[in-house]
Every structure is written in structure tokens, then in C-alpha cells.
Design a protein. Structure first.
Length: 243
């Protein structure tokens, strides 16, 4: 009876595998047995390939730190929002008839529209790009708090500029973007709605200050108490305290 075995999916007669090899002997006169070993070999190859994919870091690994675009957007938006608060409160020190007061306001509005655009990009990129996992050292309620604060910060990054935009629209004061582009006036001026958005803009600013304070406090707790890598994966230039 003629014997054959399969190697790499090809039936080869008269060949013997070296010792320790995995041979599949069968009778070539039985097609069912021939098909069985071919199918078994293909299934083995597929299972091995899937196993390698499951352990392939480049495909499915969770990143250890935030990517460069996320780090840049995070830092730029924070600096621009900080500048916004400076411009808003510094403007109050000027008398209403001085041109410097109007200059501060124009810069405040232009940077606000810039924050809106960068904020939308930041949010979209955050949902597209996989982020590092939340710290396992922190308690469950701390991780839930961090997720809630992040979502609220995303919402405020959009809501703050929008409230200022609609405030200007209803006050019939179109926004000039760095004296390059003027946003079209598309709503009917209404002082009542302008006052509503003015109040909303102020309350949202206080909420933003509170959430950023919680965010920074949480980062300090991770860095100085938990000694993990939560801070350094967003700011890689900071020396790690992770043990």
C-alpha cells in the first residue's frame, strides 16, 4: 500500500519527516482521509495565524502613552484657554472708552473660535485613536470620576466658544477672526437672547475652572501619591516616578 503525508498543504509520496516531526500518514487510496488531513492542516495554519495576530503588539496592543498629536492638542488648547481667561479679566481693568479694551475683546473672540476648531479636532481624534488605559492603581470610583471629568471637559471646550459666538450674534457684533475673516451674521439681533448667552458664558467659565482644577488635582495625585505613569504618558518630558 502506497503511503503519503502532507507538508505545507502538498501531498508528497515516499518522504519521511525527521524525528520529532509531525507526520500525517494516510492511505492515498482513500480520498476522505486525504481531504481530512488537508483540511486539518489548513485549520492548523489559520489557528496559528490568529494566535500570532492576537499577540501581535503592532496590531492590538494598547498604547503606553498618548500619541504626539494628542499631546500637542492637549497642551495647545490648555494654553489658549488660559490665555482666554487672562484676556477676559485683564480687559476689565481698562476704561470702556479706551481702544485697548476693544483690542482685548477682539483677540478673545478670535482665540475662542480657534479653540472651538481645535476642540472639535481633539474630540474626534480622541475617539478615533486608541488611548492608554486608565490607571489600575486608582479605585473604581476614581476611574469613573476621571471619565466623567474628561467627558465634561470635552463638552465645555465646545460649549464655551459656542456660547460666546451666539452672544455676539444676538448682540449684532459679528466676530472677526484675527481680522482675516468675518463670521456671517445669520440671526436676528435680540438683546434678551444676548443676555442669556452672556450669563451662560460666565457660568460655563466657572464650571471650566472647577473641572480643570479637578483634572490637575487628579494628575498631581497620580504623580506624587500613586507614583504611576498617568502624567508622563501625556507629558513625556517629565521625569517618571513610577517604581
Amino acid at each position: 500500500m502506497r503511503k503519503m503525508f502532507i507538508t505545507r498543504g502538498v501531498a508528497q509520496p515516499g518522504r519521511v519527516l525527521p524525528s520529532g516531526g509531525r507526520s500525517r500518514w494516510f492511505d492515498s487510496s482513500h480520498p476522505d482521509q486525504y481531504c481530512y488531513h488537508h483540511c486539518r492542516y489548513i485549520v492548523d495554519l489559520i489557528s496559528q495565524g490568529m494566535s500570532k495576530m492576537a499577540t501581535n503588539d503592532s496590531l492590538l496592543k494598547t498604547p503606553k502613552q498618548f500619541n504626539l498629536l494628542t499631546q500637542c492638542l492637549h497642551g495647545i488648547i490648555f494654553l489658549l484657554i488660559s490665555l482666554q481667561f487672562y484676556l477676559a479679566y485683564r480687559r476689565e481693568f481698562f476704561p470702556k472708552d479706551l481702544p485697548e479694551r476693544l483690542t482685548y475683546l477682539l483677540w478673545h473672540k478670535s482665540i475662542g473660535m480657534l479653540v472651538l476648531g481645535l476642540g472639535i479636532l481633539f474630540i474626534l481624534w480622541s475617539f478615533i485613536k486608541k488611548r492608554p488605559p486608565y490607571s489600575l492603581i486608582a479605585r473604581r470610583w476614581e476611574r469613573m470620576t476621571a471619565k466623567t471629568v474628561h467627558l465634561l471637559l470635552f463638552a465645555l471646550i465646545i460649549a464655551m466658544p459656542l456660547s460666546g459666538y451666539f452672544m455676539s450674534q444676538f448682540a449684532d457684533r459679528p466676530i472677526q477672526l484675527f481680522n482675516i475673516y468675518t463670521f456671517h451674521q445669520w440671526v436676528t439681533p435680540d438683546k434678551a437672547w444676548a443676555d442669556i448667552f452672556y450669563q451662560m458664558h460666565g457660568y460655563l467659565s466657572y464650571a471650566l475652572i472647577g473641572l480643570v482644577s479637578v483634572h490637575v488635582l487628579g494628575a498631581l495625585v497620580h504623580y506624587f501619591i500613586y507614583n504611576d505613569d498617568v502624567v508622563t504618558r501625556m507629558f513625556p518630558f517629565i521625569k517618571s516616578r513610577k517604581f
